[in-house]
Design a protein around this ligand. Structure first.
Ligand code: AHR
Length: 495
């Protein structure tokens, strides 16, 4: 028997709903085909936004979406994407496949998508090849309610009221595709850009996000916080998980047991990174001014599917991706005192996607179902949890814990999300509810063989199934048997 303790008396605070955020870039078929379709495509849509995709995204209650990149953001000039479509400039997407970008999906179209979904938006500003004036104008265009050059232009383009966009990124991967800067230079750029990123409505202040480090580059975080921390609200970092190394990322499907454990072992480094970046940002708290931590790109990155454009980053998504997503979401929940937002890469048809599309067909991935199982953690009170279990693969280099957990409480219910990392063994668990008393419990899981995935021919291979859970007579604990490589969520009605 494996033991888990959920401590109803110890909490790190509220789990920010934005931890469940998404990322969409003008990359491959994420925006075009994934979200946005042209009239001639004959795919049911409202103002170009796919109805099937919208329905699926509404179900997982997406809280915030980052756009337009990624590397694309530092080549994007937002004025190319406004005004009559037939007059919009055509550019080359130099980062992703060298394809032609006709700018038919711009600020108004993205905001239409966000308004249909009812989510917040996070715009990545162009620092690498853009100007301070350009970013400052974009904010004025989106947020100025009165009379001004940019507000007037917005009205000419059909939008009367400001959108009050809150989240603004100051570049993306400034150490790489965003300008190949060093931390010291980027800090100065951040101070300059931030100076001209104005609030146009005191009831809707903007939230400034500095471009952060590549994984474990702590020098970057420390330098930016030291030199520009007083002029930002949050700093990001990016961390993708590959099976081997950057030049040999491994396969998305058809992987071996060894590759299964390697990948899961590798993703656990997220915990160390979140801890270390958190410890740095905490040193730069000044009175009420706290710097939030945002992981605005994370997830699996595999070799692209055979026969697809290498610049489109299209990959399948298996039970292993589901397990990996759940581990990371548990880590973020358990660090909700510093982690204020995360954006898995990317929402549709790119990297670790929620949704895959092909023409009018759509398929939900195992990762999508994890977001469904976890959605009640959003804005819930985090509860500390502990696992007493053993280590899998103990004799190998790639060790992983058998179980991984996080828990929260909201609206008189506790939600306990547990991952069974074993690819072959079920796990009997006893969950002690310390300081809490349950009156009923129900369980749901995503499970299957490690390589299981959904395809357009067989879209329902992986879904959500019910799992039995037994509450003790005194309501102080429950037990269940977790299927092999599963992600399970248990909802306990509290009395
Ligand atoms: O998500 C794909 C790319 O990964 C993004 O454009 C970039 O920011 C990162 O390197």
């Amino acid at each position: 028997m494996n033991n888990i303790i959920v401590n109803g008396k110890v909490s790190k605070g509220t789990i920010n709903k934005n931890i469940y955020g998404q990322f969409t870039e003008h990359l491959g078929r994420c925006v075009y085909e994934g979200i946005y379709v042209k009239d001639e495509d004959n795919i049911p849509n409202v103002n170009g936004i796919r109805c099937d995709v919208m329905k699926a995204l509404k179900n997982i209650e997406v809280p915030v979406v980052r756009w337009p990149g990624g590397c694309f953001a530092d080549t994007y000039h937002w004025k190319d994407g406004i005004g009559p479509k037939d007059q919009r400039k055509t550019i080359v997407n130099t980062n992703w496949g060298g394809v032609t970008e006709d700018n038919s999906f711009g600020t108004h179209e993205f905001m239409e998508f966000a308004e249909q979904l009812g989510c917040d938006v996070y715009f990545s500003g162009n620092v690498g090849s853009g100007t301070v004036q350009e970013l400052s104008d974009w904010i004025e265009y989106c947020n100025m309610g009165g009379i001004s050059p940019m507000a007037n232009l917005r009205r000419e383009n059909g939008r009367q009221e400001p959108w009050n966009v809150k989240y603004w990124g100051i570049g993306n991967e400034a150490w790489g595709c965003g300008g190949n800067m060093n931390a010291e230079y980027y800090s100065d750029e951040t101070r300059k850009f931030s100076t001209y990123m104005r609030n146009y409505d005191n009831d809707h202040p903007i939230y400034k996000i500095a471009s952060g480090s590549n994984g474990a580059d702590y020098h970057w975080t420390k330098t930016v916080c030291e030199r520009a921390g007083h002029m930002i609200d949050a700093i990001t970092f990016h961390n993708y998980t590959v099976t081997y190394e950057w030049n040999n990322k491994g396969k998305a499907t058809g992987f071996t047991k060894d590759e299964y454990y390697r990948l899961l072992h590798n993703t656990l480094s997220m915990e160390t990174m979140v801890n270390n970046h958190s410890n740095i940002i905490k040193q730069y708290e000044r009175g009420d001014h706290k710097i939030g931590l945002i992981v605005d790109e994370w997830g699996t990155w595999f070799d692209v599917e055979d026969g697809t454009n290498p610049g489109f980053l299209y990959q399948q998504n298996t039970i292993r991706d589901a397990v990996l997503a759940a581990i990371n979401l548990n880590i973020f929940n358990n660090h909700c005192d510093t982690v204020v937002m995360t954006n898995i890469a990317q929402m549709i048809n790119v990297l670790q996607a929620m949704i895959l599309t092909e023409g009018e067909k759509m398929v939900l991935t195992p990762t999508y179902h994890v977001y469904d199982l976890y959605k009640k953690h959003m804005n819930a009170k985090h509860l500390e949890s502990y696992v007493d279990s053993d280590i899998l693969n103990d004799e190998e280099e790639y060790k992983v814990p058998r179980l991984h957990v996080s828990a929260s409480e909201k609206d008189g219910k506790a939600l306990v999300t547990v991952v069974n990392l074993s690819e072959s063994e079920t796990a009997d668990v006893n969950v002690m509810l310390s300081g809490l008393k349950g009156s009923s419990v129900s369980g749901r899981c995503v499970t299957g063989d490690m390589n299981d995935h959904n395809t357009f021919e067989n879209p329902d291979v992986v879904g959500i199934t019910e799992v039995k859970a037994q509450l003790s007579a005194d309501g102080n604990s429950f037990s269940a048997t977790l299927p092999k490589n599963s992600v399970c969520s248990f909802e306990v009605e509290l009395s």
